[in-house]
Design a protein around this ligand. Structure first.
Ligand SMILES: *Cc1c(COP(=O)(O)O)cnc(C)c1O
Length: 393
């Protein structure tokens, strides 16, 4: 008997249920094609929506900043880690998104952990979509506020929960994903805003998968719905479409000012590097100069989804470039992913706890980096594996 026996049992349990993560190794830069575990494969599972992760302009900007500012920040933002580049990025992001102010964090995950506990506490209540991202859930838990999860994208259920509970608390916050990362559907933000407005609640949207994807030239979900000035907090990530790493909170100047004082990851975890920040600035330059990449992303996504449906696959409720291929049980999804890899296509299976039990899937992430020939090759592999495993006929 050892005190770690329970862990061995847990891990064996994951393997038996098809829920054990077998993590593959990437040996090339991000792009439509990757070297994975020594094999050249078509990449269908990165969040590199616009192909910026290895874009020459971003790489050049990072190299220049590395030469001028060095490798590490050596400090948290609030002590000696705020460079002129960090401030410029925040100014540019605020302008890009058409908000009063913006503050950046190490990641989208830490942006949520910073923001929610800074705004609500034990006397308060949070109304949270049932399918919100793990970082929102963790931020809510950290805050100590009462958490009421409402049915996914159900505005009537949200309003009923608000009516029933709000009076017992000091302040209320509504928080939702913008684009839901596993299903690719979009939150009904205009209707959610109406509820926030009616009951005077703070409104926060996490637009990690909408940043660089939705709205004019990728300006995000608030722009997509024309809700400028109406959403208090828009969280985003610089790690997906922007192709680098980092998180952002954009919105009211007072909230941004408060997060500089009380956002714990800002105060207690080091700044991102100058090279990262410079690469993000180069990404904004590209997004502001042309909508070509965003347009190509949507063209590719539409094409791939239509063809997958024609083949007979269930692509769920997605209305964005996130394309889930619903398979049901986790072992089938894992087998499907392994077979695709044999066919030269890298698309990982996703199971519990990332998605509910019985809703395992392959999630295909379409990118502007894919050519039509890439997509056709991917479709052929899906058709072959789908027939072999009896998913389509
Ligand atoms: C990916 C994601 C995050 C985390 O962003 P990182 O920058 O990778 O930490 C947060 N929220 C949502 C909704 C996401 O999809």
């Amino acid at each position: 008997m050892s005190k770690l026996d329970w862990l061995h049992a847990e891990i064996e349990g994951l393997k038996a249920q098809g829920l054990y993560n077998r993590i593959r190794t990437i040996e090339s830069p991000q792009g439509a094609w990757l070297i994975v575990d020594g094999k050249r494969v078509l990449n269908f599972c990165s969040n590199n929506y616009l192909g910026l992760a290895n874009h020459p302009a971003l790489v050049a900007a990072a190299k220049k900043a590395l030469d001028e500012m060095g490798a590490g920040p050596a400090a948290v933002r609030s002590i000696a880690g705020t460079t002129h580049l960090h401030l410029e990025l925040e100014k540019r992001l605020a302008r890009f998104k058409g908000v009063e102010a913006a503050i950046t964090f190490q990641s989208g995950f830490t942006a949520n952990l910073a923001t929610i506990p800074a705004l609500v506490g034990k006397e308060d209540v949070i109304f949270s979509d049932r399918l919100n991202h793990a970082s929102i859930i963790d931020g809510c838990r950290l805050s100590g506020a009462k958490i009421i999860a409402y049915e996914h994208c159900d505005v009537n259920a949200l309003e009923a929960a608000v009516k029933e509970n709000l009076s017992s608390y000091r302040r209320g916050l509504i928080v939702t994903d913008g684009v839901f990362s596993m299903d690719g559907d979009i939150a009904p933000l205009p209707e959610i805003y109406e509820v926030a407005q009616r009951y005077d609640l703070l409104l926060m949207v996490d637009d990690a998968h909408g940043e660089g994807v939705l709205g004019r030239g990728g300006r995000g979900i608030v722009d997509h719905f024309g809700l400028h000035g109406k959403v208090d907090i828009e969280v985003g990530t610089l790690s997906k479409a922007f192709g680098v790493v980092g998180g952002v909170v954009a919105g009211r100047a007072t909230i941004v000012e408060w997060l500089r004082q009380r956002g714990r990851p800002f105060l207690f975890s080091s700044a991102v590097t100058a090279a990262d920040v410079a690469a993000c600035l180069a990404a904004i330059d590209l997004l502001e100069s042309s909508t070509e990449l965003v347009d190509r992303l949507w063209d590719n996504a539409r094409y791939f989804k239509e063809e997958m449906k024609r083949l007979g696959f269930d692509t769920g409720v997605s209305t964005t470039p996130i394309t889930p291929i619903m398979l049901g049980e986790a072992p089938l999804a894992q087998e499907f992913s392994r077979e695709l890899f044999e066919e030269g296509v890298f698309a990982m299976a996703i199971g519990y706890p990332t998605v509910p039990k019985g809703k395992a899937r392959i999630r295909v992430m379409i990118s502007a980096a894919h050519s039509r020939a890439d997509l056709d090759q991917g479709l052929e592999a899906f058709a072959k594996v789908g027939r072999k495993l009896g998913v389509i006929h």
